[in-house]
Design a protein around this ligand. Structure first.
Ligand SMILES: [Zn+2]
Length: 267
């Protein structure tokens, strides 16, 4: 969300109304000033929420990245072990091939059927051993290909997540600059509103706001606090509508209560 958009026309209009509030403003005026202050505080709250969302997203990506990198690290020795096995099998195949070649040379020196039978047996055993080696090599190579595929997909995942991480970090840095400017403007306006408030009222609002999730002021509608949605005593509602002489707080959520000026009876 762009902060500029949060500052509605209504806010700026209201701000002008309260730019130079009377020092001796009555309680209902104080409530109206508090409303403006709360609006500004909520705007700051929105940026803080957005920043928290960014930080949460960034943290989430870092966790995913770490997991993928750990998986890749684990793949390396597994692939190395498979390749070592392939080297051993290659050696076995080489020995079988040499044996077959030697046996074939010996064919010319064969003197009788008995020798031929023995040689054929040896050739057949060497061929069997060679075939077994080749099958084993094919199986191991398949396993290596599988590991390489996984490594490839992990790598492209890591690259994509790194891109996303860079994008979010950059976006956050740009937003932080914008927020800092906007927030300093908001705080300046808050100060000017504060100047028109009784210090004890401002202090009370700030104390409640700090304890109550950033909301110190609660509108009452139909005898219900609009911050905690619990009914307030009817007498409190009547006093609020008539215009209270002191600040009234919600018996449940302890926020400062007020009614809309339209609801408030003329004094
Ligand atoms: Zn309440």
């Amino acid at each position: 969300m762009v902060l500029g958009a949060v500052l509605s026309d209504e806010t700026t209009k209201q701000m002008r109304l309260f730019q130079q509030p009377a020092k001796e403003a009555g309680l209902s005026d104080a409530i109206r000033v508090l409303e403006q202050i709360q609006r500004l505080d909520l705007e700051i709250g929105l940026t803080e929420e957005e920043e928290k969302r960014y930080l949460r997203d960034i943290e989430g990506i870092k966790v995913e990245l770490q997991k993928a990198q750990d998986e890749m690290e684990k793949l390396k020795p597994e692939t190395e072990a498979l390749n070592a096995q392939i080297s051993l099998v290659d050696e076995k195949i080489r020995i079988s091939v040499e044996k077959i070649a030697r046996d074939e040379k010996r064919l010319s020196e064969i003197k009788n059927a008995k020798e031929l039978g023995a040689l054929n047996k040896e050739v057949s055993a060497a061929n069997k051993s060679k075939k077994a080696g080749e099958e084993e090599k094919a199986r191991l190579s398949g396993a290596v290909d599988e590991k390489n595929e996984i490594a490839k997909s992990r790598l492209s995942f890591v690259n994509a997540k790194n891109d996303e991480l860079n994008r979010l970090n950059h976006e956050l840095a740009v937003k932080k600059e914008t927020w800092a400017i906007a927030i300093s403007g908001i705080l300046e306006r808050k100060e000017s509103f504060k100047a028109g408030l009784r210090p004890d009222i401002f202090k009370k609002y700030e104390t409640i706001r700090a304890k109550r999730g950033g909301v110190g002021l609660a509108r009452v509608e139909d005898e219900t606090c609009q911050a905690c949605y619990i009914h307030i005593p009817p007498q409190v509602y009547i006093i609020l509508k008539r215009g209270a002489e002191e600040l009234l707080t919600c018996p449940h959520c302890h926020r400062i209560l007020y009614v809309d000026s339209q609801v408030q009876a003329p004094v």
